[in-house]
Design a protein around this ligand. Structure first.
Ligand SMILES: [Zn+2]
Length: 496
């Protein structure tokens, strides 16, 4: 806790107080008053039992020495690898999770069945065939239909961004392969993703409405590697017929941009761009998958739940290390460390490893449908990679904010700052948090480099820093423990 003297200029001591003038004394008295009220409002650590604070600090120490999270990602990525929803590997991942959690001694481990549409990438390649011959590094977007067996070979219509396509009434896309360029600005909180991703999700609908034969986008990524970023996309057959949709690597996007711009220069004799696109994919509807769930039952309020987790599925190109092996490992390690400390939490701690986040959010919707009405003390997901946590945000009512600020004080020494009340519970908990208004928190990871490898073949174990894993788990154990022990019910009307 801060004292009065922390608010005085450095080097200012108690004896200095008696050597100052009357007006200075008045000013200092005023500063003292402000300091006192500030320190009262920031003494939120007093909200929790001292034993619980001490237990949280002990958990932090244990987590900082634990290799468990890293070992879990190493195991999942090496023994199972890529885990697209509904695939054979998805079933292997569920079995992996049941075995791992089952061996950890939780009070209860179970799996909830869900149905998913299993989309599968079979083959794909693309070439720029005019005005110059170039190979393009391409990946079908998740859910994309195939091209005809002979491929689609068509002229390219260049759009600078998604808005340019959405507002185009010229008819120039008819029969063409629409190419949409895209800017993804790198940032620590990854906010550029929200701006860059709509074209991946809805681009095929807008291109098809304008008569396009296919859509190719610049990858939604911040890297300059020659690796395409896949990711989910959707059709709306009421709006427009499905057309094949793919992403090319960002350097290949640069190439298309360069040639398209050269062509627009006065006097240019460069022939139109033409791409030949071949893709084969398949979708099997209604395939079985699961959410895998483990619980430590609460001793005093077992019906009140702290729900944490990540998603077990991943895209097919990499091995799903940062997305979201990391979130699985961090939250499982959190529960395991707290369990092994041997003090039963007052409330129930539940870890959910969600099925099919990437290509339909089926696990998240199923959790909301089955458990959304239960009293949730706090909800939090880890699904923004494996970087260090730098900030804690919340989505709770004002009466609960001080209780979370108190948690933020405990994890502040890990380099974590206190954030706004504008957070959320993560993608998989979206249907639960938004649908039922439960309190949520986010331990935000540094996502500066996350979108370099997100959804690419580069999402592999070597991108995980064991030290950063430890820092993550250290923050999670403290947050989860204190939320479970709080005398205050966090549930209440959430701040919008
Ligand atoms: Zn994810």
């Amino acid at each position: 806790m801060r004292t009065f003297f922390d608010f005085l200029p450095s080097g200012f001591t108690a004896s200095d107080l008696f050597r100052v003038t009357g007006s200075q004394q008045l000013a200092i008295a005023f500063i003292a008053f402000i300091a006192l009220s500030t320190s009262l409002s920031s003494s939120a650590q007093d909200l929790y039992d001292k034993k619980d604070i001490a237990h949280a600090k002990k958990a932090i120490e244990i987590a900082q020495k634990s290799d468990l999270a890293y070992d879990l990602i190493a195991s999942l990525t090496s023994e199972v690898g890529p885990r697209p929803a509904g695939s054979e590997n998805d079933a292997k991942a569920v079995a992996w999770a049941m075995a791992k959690l089952g061996a950890m001694g939780f009070d209860r481990v179970w799996k909830d069945p869900i149905k998913v549409d299993a989309w599968k990438r079979i083959s794909g390649h693309a070439d720029l065939v005019a005005p110059y011959q170039q190979h393009l590094a391409v990946a079908a977007l998740g859910n994309s239909i195939s091209t005809p067996a002979e491929g689609i070979s068509a002229e390219v219509e260049y759009y600078e961004n998604f808005d340019a396509l959405k507002t185009d009434t010229s008819g120039r896309a008819k029969g063409k392969i629409v190419f949409v360029d895209n800017v993804f600005v790198r940032s620590r909180d990854g906010r550029g993703y929200g701006q860059a991703v709509p074209v991946r999700i809805n681009g095929a609908i807008e291109a098809s409405k304008r008569g396009a034969a296919a859509i190719v986008i610049r990858s939604v990524g911040t890297d300059s590697d020659r690796l395409p970023h896949t990711g989910t996309m959707r059709y709306d057959e009421k709006e427009a017929p499905p057309i094949p949709a793919a992403a090319i690597s960002t350097p290949d996007g640069d190439l298309i941009r360069l040639i398209a711009r050269e062509r627009t220069k006065p006097g240019s004799k460069i022939a139109p761009l033409k791409i030949a696109l071949h893709m084969k994919n398949s979708t099997t509807k209604g395939v079985d998958s699961h959410n895998v769930i483990a619980e430590i039952r609460g001793s005093e309020k077992p019906d009140e739940v702290i729900a944490i987790g990540g998603h077990l599925d991943s895209w097919d190109l990499g091995t799903g290390a940062i997305d979201d092996g990391a979130g699985v490992a961090i939250t499982v390690a959190t529960a395991k460390i707290l369990k092994d400390m041997g003090v039963r939490p007052k409330r129930t701690i539940r870890v959910i490893l969600f099925g099919n986040e990437e290509n339909g959010l089926d696990g998240g919707r199923d959790y909301a449908a089955k458990y959304g009405k239960q009293k949730h003390q706090l909800i939090a997901e880890s699904d923004l990679g494996a970087g260090s946590i730098y900030r804690m945000t919340t989505r709770v009512d004002e009466a609960t904010r001080p209780w979370l600020k108190a948690i933020a004080d405990v994890i502040a020494p890990l380099g974590i700052e206190w954030g706004e009340n504008t957070g959320g519970g993560g993608p998989d908990f979206g249907p639960t948090v938004n649908g039922f208004g439960h309190p949520a928190a986010a331990l935000s990871q540094d996502a500066t480099k996350y979108f370099d490898i997100h959804h690419t073949a580069n999402d592999t174990l070597d991108k995980i820093d064991p030290k950063e894993m430890k820092q993550n788990v250290a923050a999670w154990v403290a947050m989860v423990w204190l939320a479970a022990q709080a005398d205050h019910s966090f549930s209440g009307p959430p701040k919008k």
